[in-house]
Design a protein around this ligand. Structure first.
Ligand code: GDP
Length: 296
């Protein structure tokens, strides 16, 4: 992710530093190019506009233009605004509640929800020494429940036994009950996805939410789908209320627009990145590191 955007921005900003002295029109010209690069990386239009305005407001002034290294100062401003756009702080999964803490995973089918459920469960078990239970609430695709069971076996994480004929609401109740009785710290509910957002999916998710009272509701979104991923996040947030986002396929050649727009459009932090198919390929999302990577 970000490679071509990074190349573009480095090119534009290098030109600025090579110039030495800068005029207002040099900065304006560079910002026009930055604007174009961000739009081509699929960053949402409003987000780009806001970003450019903020950078210009800070960069065009005597203090920057008359400084010894104006180009460097502009780069620093771009960096800081990128970090602000990405959410400033690293957000982690919040488990600060009475156990069993429920985490509800939502998202479209194929976004990587089930894989991410197992990745998170494994991480909480291994790194945070939590006792974790996973449950698949996807009754439409019987293979989905089986997929989670197999992932549970592979990662050594407990899964709720599959009971045929139950609806998602019943499974959610059973999962919470089993988590309480079994002394689990965390219970992760992998909800059903659809190809597209529809009313039935939203209604089902709302009902599961009202049963489980999740402390975290994580939207899993595919970074390769760009602005669509951002729209999906917005819809889920409006309807269900999400607490964070996991962007998957960050190992692919996504242009980066989803990662860059998510926070600004939804107000919710990207908490984790999926960087591969294996269950250990999950990374924290550090806005400052991502900004440095983008600026080369
Ligand atoms: P779900 O339908 O949302 O539950 O999606 P799955 O978890 O079944 O994932 C769909 C496909 O995407 C599977 O082949 C996963 O191995 C793959 N996948 C999930 N996350 C990632 C990721 O971060 N990177 C890559 N490259 N593949 C992923």
């Amino acid at each position: 992710m970000f490679q071509s955007l990074s190349d573009r921005l480095s090119g534009i900003l290098d030109k600025l530093t090579r110039r030495g002295a800068l005029t207002e029109s040099d900065v304006n010209e560079a910002m026009r190019e930055v604007r174009r690069a961000l739009l081509e990386a699929d960053v949402a239009l409003d987000v780009v506009r806001d970003f450019i305005e903020k950078v210009k407001a800070k960069a065009i002034g005597q203090e920057v233009l008359r400084s010894v290294t104006p180009g460097q100062m502009v780069i620093k401003i771009v960096n800081d605004e990128l970090v602000a756009m990405l959410g400033s702080d690293t957000s982690t999964i919040d488990l600060n509640a009475t156990p069993p803490v429920a985490i509800m995973m939502v998202g479209l089918q194929g976004s990587g929800k089930t894989t991410t459920t197992a990745k998170i469960a494994r991480r909480l078990t291994e790194r945070d020494r939590k006792k974790v239970l996973m449950a698949s609430l996807d009754v439409r695709r019987p293979a989905a429940q089986e997929q989670l069971r197999v992932l549970g076996e592979q990662t050594g994480v407990a899964t709720l036994p599959i009971v045929a004929g139950q609806n998602p609401q019943q499974i959610a109740r059973r999962a919470l009950e089993a988590a309480k009785l079994g002394g689990y710290d965390v219970v992760i509910l992998d909800t059903a996805g659809r190809i597209h957002i529809d009313e039935e999916l939203m209604q089902e998710s709302v009902e599961v939410r009202d049963i489980a009272h999740p402390h975290e509701t994580l939207l899993v979104a595919d970074s390769l789908t760009g602005q669509d991923a951002v729209n999906v996040a917005k819809s889920f947030d409006e309807r269900i209320g999400i607490t964070g986002i996991v962007l998957t396929r960050a190992d692919g050649d996504a242009r980066g627009g989803a990662a860059l727009s998510m926070r600004a459009v939804t107000g919710k932090p990207i908490k984790l990145l999926g960087v591969g198919e294996r269950w250990d390929q999950l990374e924290d999302f550090h806005p400052d590191r991502v900004a440095s990577r983008i600026l080369g």
